[in-house]
Write a protein that binds this ligand. Structure first.
Ligand SMILES: NC(=O)c1ccc[n+]([C@@H]2O[C@H](COP(=O)([O-])OP(=O)(O)OC[C@H]3O[C@@H](n4cnc5c(N)ncnc54)[C@H](O)[C@@H]3O)[C@@H](O)[C@H]2O)c1
Length: 432
């Protein structure tokens, strides 16, 4: 039944007539949106980054943006104006303040989601249930249990998911992966990841009455109730652990991505965070956080200041790979390789074997049509996000934790296991 929903309208009519003519359908063909059809997309959460989604998807030839949704009418109307000034030929775009109206529509193939993190999993799962594919923002989910539920739901509904880590699609991450995987630097035993700058405390503002344009209760959604203050809401919500993971949670996925893409580390067995909350306000995400992570055969260190390796202090964010024969330091766009006294930006003899992405949004739309999972698919995204969840739990509990990566449970620590999920505020429930 779900597969039927994924049929394009034109293809449905065509295939129905084939069935009437007594011609059997191949199982795979049922799911395909015809490659000549436009994919009908709705954008949910069009405050800050959601506008990049609108801009990127508007630029794709095989996409029609048919609806926008935001629970803040001001952001919704501004995003709609921006879309139509960018593309005067854009068709009628329906505007909604409740995403469930989008999910009810049978003529929408895919959604993008750029809401705050505490909504990511619920909106994605409800979208999968309604037969829609999802381009969802990082981090994948607020809790580890949500990521597990997303994967179960994706598999059940045969959906397509792309995590919004658009840097993954760039040339640099593909090239770094080829260099690391070539073995030129020998076995990589250590990776150092960093992002400078920590989360601010945001002062001690008094609660206020939410603006008329904003549905504050819906904004909180499954998160614990709190009275409204502007700092808890748009953009700065990311500095509250009730909704997000601060600067660490914001950037982990972007830079850990190059480590997962090139090394696919497995068997995480220990994690230890050290850090501090800000003193100067109600926000509680780490002012700084350092994390030691041990995988089978790989030590990973996250720091809030650059590591003591050459060139790192020039980079706000970066990854440094240490191998038996050399090292590689990179960020989103640059790469420096050091072998003995040699300093290189590339090793041309290493062949370019990894297919390049047509761009993250296009890679997603291609996947919607082909029913093959895109580059930052949910299985990959979930593996990459697990250390982020575990590090924030270690930060909250202020202790080193042992992890059973097969059963996805902490060993001998009930409190840590309790924090792998969060009870939802009524009436929201995490679908299972
Ligand atoms: N991939 C990237 O490079 C990148 C960059 C920035 C932000 N992000 C991610 O995008 C997401 C949004 O971040 P932001 O900075 O744009 O936040 P923001 O607060 O500026 O925008 C979020 C918007 O979502 C709306 N919203 C909240 N809950 C909603 C719901 N249930 N239904 C509909 N609308 C809802 C809000 O009203 C707001 O307009 C975050 O998860 C963030 O991590 C990704």
């Amino acid at each position: 039944m779900n597969n039927l929903k994924k049929l394009s309208r034109r293809k449905f009519i065509h295939q129905s007539s084939l069935v009437m003519l007594g011609m059997p359908l191949l199982p795979g063909t049922f799911k395909n949106v015809s490659s000549s059809d436009k994919v009908r997309v709705a954008h949910i959460g069009v405050g800050g980054h959601g506008n990049s989604h609108v801009r990127w998807f508007n630029a794709l030839q095989d996409v029609d943006i048919v609806a926008l949704c935001d629970l803040d009418k001001k952001n919704l109307e501004e995003a709609n104006k921006r879309l139509h000034s960018m593309n005067p030929d854009a068709g009628k775009t329906d505007l909604y303040t409740d995403f469930r109206h989008i999910l009810d529509r049978k003529d929408i193939d895919a959604i993008t989601c750029a809401t705050p993190d505490h909504w990511h999993a619920l909106i994605a799962i409800m979208a999968f249930q309604s037969g829609k594919d999802v381009y969802g923002e990082k981090p994948l989910s607020y809790s580890l249990a949500e990521g597990q539920a997303m994967l179960k739901s994706l598999e059940k509904h045969n959906s397509v998911f792309q995590l919004g880590t658009q840097i993954h699609a760039g040339e640099n991450y593909h090239r770094v992966t080829e260099i690391i995987q070539s073995g030129y630097l020998g076995k990589i035993h250590t990776v150092r990841l960093w992002k400078t700058g920590g989360s601010p405390g945001l002062g001690f503002p008094k609660p206020e009455i939410p603006p008329d344009t904003l549905d504050w209760d819906m904004w909180l959604g499954p998160a614990p109730y709190e009275e409204y203050t502007p700092v808890r809401c748009h953009f700065t919500y990311r500095y509250f652990l009730d909704y997000s993971g601060g600067v660490f949670g914001d950037f982990w996925c972007h830079i850990a991505d190059i480590m997962f893409m090139s090394l696919h580390p497995k068997g995480l067995y220990s994690i230890e965070s050290r850090g501090e909350r800000p003193y100067d306000g109600i926000a509680d995400a780490p002012k700084w956080i350092d994390v030691d992570i041990k995988f089978d055969g790989l030590d990973v260190f996250w720091t809030t200041t650059p590591p003591a390796v050459e060139g790192a202090d020039q980079m706000h964010i970066g990854a440094h790979f240490e191998g038996e024969k050399g090292s590689l330091t990179c960020d989103y766009k640059t790469c420096v390789i050091r072998i003995g006294n040699e300093v290189l930006n590339d090793i041309p003899e290493i062949p370019r074997t990894i297919p390049r992405s047509p761009g993250h949004p296009q890679n997603f739309i291609d996947a919607v049509k082909s029913r093959k999972q895109p580059e930052s698919n949910l299985v990959y995204a979930r593996e990459m996000t697990i250390p982020m969840h575990l590090a924030l739990i270690s930060f909250r509990l202020k202790r080193k934790l042992k992890w059973d990566s097969i059963n996805e449970k902490f060993i001998g620590d009930d409190a840590a296991n309790y924090l792998l999920s969060r009870a939802y505020r009524s009436p929201w429930t995490l679908p299972v």
